[in-house]
Design a protein around this ligand. Structure first.
Ligand code: FPP
Length: 263
């Protein structure tokens, strides 16, 4: 019985390795964006407090980050706290604000070893000082790393981001520094918080919810969307691999009739 189980496990690992080998031969998404949802329900199913789900979700962040880096994904943006999440109970907000510090204190050596670079989008000013310090320190320490960009969306809201872009452009036009006619998609891209990142080509949302929740509304214009029932704390390498395989089997046409089968 044990031997049979061991044989099955070895076969599963082999087939995972083969699948990884295959996806690496095909076109990898440059930038994957994830709405990590379902932490609360995961905890509720286990009669645990919601914060236990967020803590477990942090471990998934580590696993998916390392795997995305191994696969050669260039950027991974994780929606960790939205501008709307301030409406949650204080105890939950406080816990969520502690997670970047805990994550970065625990895993910074590993991030350095793997060459992962930490970045952030969102309004940092409104974050508690300890959260700001943890993120700023990690960004500084990892700034020369050339592997995956691990981009946390913290206190991020896409509409607010777009309001800032519009105000900035209006100011430039008003001051005579820019002609209205000069405003095009590239100019708007250059003003977004994601200006230096490749456009996300894959969006994943966990937990069965099928909406964008104010996440990168402009940037996701041509992304492929994958919604899975799996709750974020249960999400793992195999789920991520499956998402990449699904992405690679999509026919991306960007509005034209020509298919773009990758690989
Ligand atoms: C949504 O699930 C999840 C969040 C608002 C927080 C996501 C944060 C993490 C996964 C941890 C982040 C880790 C670091 C290192 C910053 P939910 O609570 O809305 O779940 P529910 O819909 O089941 O209630």
């Amino acid at each position: 019985m044990l031997r049979k189980l061991m044989r099955k496990k070895t076969a599963d690992i082999q087939s995972l390795q083969e699948r990884i080998h295959t996806v690496k031969q095909r076109q990898m998404p440059n930038h994957v964006a994830i709405i990590m949802d379902g932490n609360g329900r995961w905890a509720k199913q286990r009669k645990m407090p919601r914060i236990a789900g967020h803590h477990e979700g942090m471990k998934t962040v580590r696993q998916v980050t390392n795997f995305a880096n191994d696969l050669g994904v260039k950027a991974l943006t994780l929606y960790a706290f939205s501008t709307e999440n301030w409406k949650r109970p204080k105890i939950e907000i406080d816990f969520l604000m502690n997670l970047p510090g805990e994550f970065l204190n625990t895993y910074l050596p590993e991030l350095m070893e793997k060459g992962i670079k930490v970045e952030m989008i969102g309004n940092m000013d409104a974050l508690p000082a300890h959260t700001k310090t943890a993120i700023t320190k990690a960004m500084e320490i990892t700034k020369n790393n050339t592997g995956l960009i691990l981009n946390f969306a913290m206190n991020y809201g896409s509409r607010l981001e777009l309001v800032h872009v519009m105000k900035e452009l209006a100011r430039e036009v008003e001051s005579g520094n820019m002609e209205i006619e000069a405003i095009d998609e590239n100019v708007i891209n250059s003003k977004l918080m994601t200006a230096h990142l490749p456009e996300p080509d894959l969006l994943i949302r966990t937990s069965g919810e099928v909406r964008l929740s104010n996440f990168m509304l402009w940037q996701l214009a041509y992304a492929e969307f994958i919604f899975t029932e799996v709750l974020w704390p249960d999400y793992n390498e195999e789920c991520f691999l499956q998402a990449i395989e699904d992405f690679q089997n999509r026919d991306r046409r960007f509005g034209s009739l020509e298919g773009d089968r990758k690989g």
